[in-house]
Design a protein around this ligand. Sequence first.
Ligand code: 5GP
Ligand code: ZN
Length: 119
Amino acid sequence: MAGEPQADCLFCKIVSGEVPATVVRETDTTVAFRDINPQAPTHVLVIPKAHHPDAASLAAADPQATADVLREAGAVAADEKLDETGYRVVFNTGSGAGQTVFHAHAHVLGGRGLNWPPG
Ligand code: 5GP
Ligand code: ZN
């Protein structure tokens, strides 16, 4: 069923605590934790606690949780003092775009200059 935990999903295991993570924020519906392989001085992932394979699936199934993820991305940026210098929120979608974990997640990246367009 949409949203149910998946036994083989790394981020569901982070939600359950089975896999440890450096959690920086948590709400009833979201978890934000530091990326294990940071691509910028601040690189935090914000995920819905419910399992959805990508951002569009999440938005279709649960608009409120989608809004919660985006609000928390902004809160992470404020916590990390990125909101004045600028930051990027990225949802890689599909393996061709670099998605490797198929549980929706927003990358919050900042703390260095960010080129546009990204690679
Ligand atoms: P994607 O490539 O799917 O857009 O993003 C997945 C992200 O998850 C990558 O940036 C990767 O470094 C991160 N990641 C993969 N495994 C782990 C892990 O076990 N813990 C944490 N904190 N991040 C992970
Ligand atoms: Zn999952």
